[in-house]
Design a binder for this molecule. Structure first.
Ligand code: NAD
Length: 541
């Protein structure tokens, strides 16, 4: 145990590097990209000290060059998942008892490794695995992951510091125990930072974790494992398995020691997992913590007083950066008739200026969507919009999967506010616009509130303070992250804790102390110094 009330280093957001032509970081990441792209990696399961190669493998290919193979990964059988859990529980005995400052030091070291020697590696891996341009890779896999690790350590220290009052003669103390059992982390493809944060946030609070990354993120997940290992994370604290997600999840959820799930992904998958947990509730030793951040149908609503160029830029960036594959991406937009054409024409000009292709050509703003399933789904919605009388393709509407899964950023304008692409999460570079009569501003806010099952992010644009307040009130339950005169994407750890309600998740705000509190179970310890020896209270005379 530590002999001192240690203060953790103050967390500050990691500065985003520019990767401008001629910069050393640009040269380093491109060199690393070439090295990775032209070699082959063999990604094992990580269980305890073992790196298990099952021989049952799948290839790893970049979405922008799907015939090119950069390696393979090994699929788990049920027995591996059971082994991962058993190993976790063994590792828990030492990990849960380790002093908090030792745990903190490991994750602070991991953050510094990413900021320094692993920066080019994790960015290049994210460019290859998820087809991010360098700016998107940098803000995600380097900066956001560093921020998650550093800020969470700061929040951890604040949680431990939160102690009850003590009356005279007694001492009340709260211990923030890790959950009794293990935590299951299930991560999405779209953010390397989320992939690292979901297992790490539970682990830093003293938990052991079975981590199942997305099949489409394994190449960059491997770099996270390398970093945690180099930072000194003991074997068995985070065990990593891949394979059939349903089999892995069913095996995990059948364990009596399952103590919580840290999930980010689609709403349908999360609801399915929640149901299974309910069905198994009698199996568990403790009520499992269920934390899930899921889908979105995020909006931009502009008031007639809004600045058209600002709205257009928010649409261009908010809908199309990383090909719209952010849970926070703007995908339904409400524009007043008086300025709609001006805004749409600015967006059209922006979209027509985009360069599209592989991320190692740094002129490309748009790269590929994640896989063929996503490409085919997006193509079918675009084709349908071309046929439907209530929809018009304003710009974009083309796609090509001959080499990579490229979908041209597309703006659909619809006359039906309930049109399919106004209500369904497509998770790609497609945004749908509904133009409303200026005088129907208040009705439009109701429409924004009622149109989607989700409640993740949204933005209002206006230069009129009364209408800003009206929108803020009317849309209170419509977004967990609400933006005024700004795009609805780009939340920064420590500044805009992220998460939404309704069908978008449990809103436990990744990168905040609220989230970390889900991974502990407080124990109150009351100690009395002079213990009573007579049951009679004074009132008894
Ligand atoms: P996904 O739901 O397809 O996959 C997420 C994870 O769940 C993956 O690890 C996957 O293998 C696993 N999975 C898939 N089917 C499963 C099953 N039947 N049982 C158990 N696990 C299963 O999501 P994705 O395509 O990787 O990510 C995109 C989705 O994630 C979008 O809906 C997006 O909005 C959401 N997302 C939300 C947030 C947020 O903070 N709210 C952040 C990022 C992504």
């Amino acid at each position: 145990m530590g002999k001192g009330f240690f203060h953790v280093p103050a967390a500050v957001n990691e500065p985003v590097k520019t990767y401008a032509p001629g910069s050393p970081e640009r040269e380093a990441v491109l060199k690393q990209y070439d090295e990775f792209f032209n070699s082959k990696v063999d990604v094992p399961l990580y269980i305890g000290s073992e790196e298990i190669k099952t021989g049952n493998t799948k290839p790893l290919s970049p979405p922008h060059d799907h015939q090119h193979i950069v390696g393979q990964y090994h699929l788990a059988e049920k027995s591996h998942v059971e082994k991962a859990i058993a190993n976790n529980l063994e590792a828990r005995k030492k990990w849960a008892a380790l002093s908090w400052e030792q745990r903190a030091a490991i994750f602070l070291k991991a953050a510094d490794l990413i900021a320094g020697p692993y920066r080019a590696k994790i960015n290049a891996a994210t460019m290859i695995a998820q087809s991010k341009n360098i700016h998107q890779a940098e803000i995600d896999s380097a900066c956001e992951l560093i921020d998650f690790l550093k800020f969470n350590i700061e929040y951890m220290a604040k949680i431990y510091d939160d102690q009850p009052e003590s009356d005279e003669g007694i001492w009340n103390r709260v211990e923030y125990r890790p959950l009794e059992g293990f935590v299951y982390a299930v991560t999405p493809f779209n953010f390397t930072a989320i992939a690292g944060n979901l297992p790490a946030s539970a682990a830093m609070m003293g938990n052991v974790v079975v981590w199942k990354p997305s099949d489409s993120q394994i190449y960059s997940a491997k770099i996270i494992v390398d970093i945690f290992k180099e930072a000194g994370l003991p074997d068995g604290v985070i065990n990593v398995v891949y394979g059939d997600p349903e089999m892995i999840t069913n095996t995990v959820l059948a364990s009596p020691d399952f103590a919580g799930i840290h999930f980010t992904g689609s709403t349908k998958v999360f609801k399915g997992i929640w149901k299974k947990i309910g069905d198994n509730i009698d199996t568990y030793k403790t009520y499992p913590r269920i934390v899930g951040e899921t889908g979105g149908k995020d909006f931009i609503v502009a008031h007639p007083s809004a600045n058209p160029k600002q709205v257009a830029t928010a649409i261009t960036r908010g809908a199309f950066e990383f090909q719209g594959q952010k849970c926070s991406a703007a995908s339904r937009v409400y524009l007043p008739k008086s300025i709609a054409t001006e805004i749409l024409d600015y967006v059209k000009a922006d979209v027509e200026s985009f360069k599209i292709g592989a991320p190692n050509n740094m002129e490309n703003f748009i790269t590929a969507v994640i896989h063929e399933g996503s490409f085919d789904k997006l193509a079918s919605y675009i084709d349908q919009a071309k046929k439907d009388s209530e929809a018009e393709i304003y710009v974009g509407g083309t796609y090509d999967k001959s080499k990579g899964y490229f979908v041209h950023p597309t703006v659909i304008v619809t006359t039906d506010p309930q049109y399919k692409t106004m209500t369904t999460e497509l998770f790609g570079p497609v945004v749908t616009v509904y133009v409303y009569e200026d005088k129907k501003w208040s009705e439009t806010l109701e429409l924004v509130d009622n149109t989607s099952e989700y409640g993740l992010t949204g933005a209002v644009f206006s230069s009129d303070r009364y209408t800003i307040e009206e929108a803020t009130r009317a849309l209170e339950n419509c977004a967990g992250n609400f933006y005024i005169n700004d795009k609805p994407t780009g939340a920064v750890v420590g500044q805009q804790p992220f998460g939404g309600a309704r069908a978008s998740g449990t809103n436990d705000k990744a990168g905040s102390s609220q989230n970390l509190l889900r991974w502990v179970s407080p124990r109150l310890i009351k100690e009395t110094f002079v213990t009573p020896v007579d049951y009679r209270y004074p009132f008894l005379g």
